[in-house]
Design a protein around this ligand. Structure first.
Ligand code: GDP
Ligand code: MN
Length: 393
């Protein structure tokens, strides 16, 4: 589950990380009110940021600076009128604008192979970090936290030196890096990413001083841990959660979208994985992992088909149902009804095993489904069907 930036900032702040104060606004008037309050506290400029669960807000015009009430109102109205990567902006964050000297990148992720938390840092933070990671992986510094002792001071200090931070910022960096690891553990995160972690110029009586501040925060929580993170679960943004993910969750279907072209409807997680393997072996790519759960309830089959066909990349569907005592002919009628209820159609290959499987295959063949006896055969037929030119709709 992804958190909105403002929620992520609160979690980081609670772990002692340096996160600037902010206010939320849902209208240009509220942006102006928040700005007035910051200006009255001696802030020179504010930053106004779209709160949507996608990256690249800066490039999309969703991050703007303002120095007066009028500018803030105008920028707020403009951002609140944006749709960023398909998501309408409903809320903005208003914060004192930092005077940025340098933008660094710092994140913590779970390295499943090493079974440790991995800290990744780069001196070249900011909005082009994906490009840096792809073209010059050596510009990304990495270190694993110790499984019991966590991130050790010397490890964090070494990264700080690698980033070229001056001595007086290194201590702050160590605290932030350890705070990231603490946040990972406290909330069962998959990812905590600060980009930019900025070297910021802060006015002080003895002249300007440099310090590190977290100016953006992206946090995702391990979905499997949500039952023990009720406070975090309560932050879920239903408006914005990926529509497909939400529909699947509400229908009790275990669905993970992948990059391929062959949709899979299977009952049982193990069978679903086997089905994916066989599609790959037949030279195709699965479009999803999908487990409709035990039995083969008609309503779930229909919901699953709807989810799969909503993905425009899907060119064929493979249905592999292990009926057991569920009657195959009933499953077949359910599939026919489910297919008729859809707005688009693709070739469908079905393999049903269990009671009345032969009747099921006969019924389906009459209804223009491709049937298969074995899973291997089903996979081969699905891959072939996906390669055919799309049928007229
Ligand atoms: P993202 O594009 O969705 O990752 O949004 P960010 O919050 O990271 O903002 C994008 C860029 O806007 C940053 O890399 C900064 O260059 C700039 N930015 C964000 N906050 C501030 C701020 O407080 N002051 C200044 N001067 N620039 C900012
Ligand atoms: Mn960012």
């Amino acid at each position: 589950m992804k958190l909105q930036e403002h929620h992520a900032r609160r979690l980081l702040g609670a772990q002692g990380l340096p996160v600037p104060p902010f206010r939320l606004a849902t209208s240009a008037d509220e942006v102006a009110d928040a700005t007035a309050e910051f200006l009255s506290e001696g802030v020179e400029r504010v930053v106004i940021k779209a709160q949507v669960l996608v990256g690249g807000r800066g490039k999309a015009g969703g991050v703007r600076l303002a120095g007066t009430l009028a500018e803030a109102r105008e920028a707020g109205a403009a951002i609140l009128a944006l749709t960023i990567k398909g998501i309408p902006v409903r809320r903005v964050l208003v914060a004192p604008a930092a005077r940025i000297e340098r933008e660094l990148y710092l994140s913590a992720v779970i390295d499943r192979t090493a079974r440790r938390i991995l800290l990744i840092a780069s001196a070249e933070g900011g909005i082009e970090i994906e490009e840096v990671a792809a073209s010059r992986p050596e510009a990304m510094l990495r270190v694993h936290a110790h499984p019991h002792l966590g991130l050790l001071d010397f490890q964090a200090r070494r990264i700080a030196m690698g980033l070229g931070l001056p001595r007086d910022l290194q201590r702050g960096f160590v605290r932030i890096a350890k705070g990231l690891v603490a946040t990972m553990l406290a909330y069962d995160c998959d990812l905590v990413e600060i980009n930019p972690l900025a070297v910021v110029e802060v006015p002080s009586p003895e002249g300007n001083r440099l310090e590190l501040q977290c100016l953006d925060a992206k946090v995702t929580i391990d979905d499997s841990a949500l039952p023990r993170q009720p406070d975090v679960e309560a932050l879920r943004d239903l408006d914005e959660e990926d529509r497909t993910d939400r529909a699947a969750r509400e229908d009790g279907i275990n669905y993970i979208r992948l990059e391929g072209t062959i949709g899979c409807i299977v009952n049982g997680a193990g069978l679903a994985m086997t089905t994916m393997d066989l599609i790959k072996r037949a030279g195709g790519e699965p479009a999803n992992f999908l487990d409709i759960g035990g039995g083969a309830r008609a309503d779930r089959v229909e919901a699953a088909l709807r989810l799969i066909l909503a993905d425009p990349a899907v060119e064929a569907v493979l249905v592999n149902i292990f009926g057991g005592i569920t009657r195959g002919d009933e499953v077949a009628h359910g599939l026919i009804a489910a297919r008729q209820a859809q707005v688009r159609d693709v070739p469908m290959v079905v393999r049903i095993v269990g009671t009345n499987a032969d009747e099921a295959h006969a019924i389906l063949a009459d209804a223009n489904f491709i049937t298969a006896e074995s899973l291997d055969e089903a996979a081969v037929r699905a891959v072939a069907a996906a390669r055919q030119p799309a049928p007229a709709r």
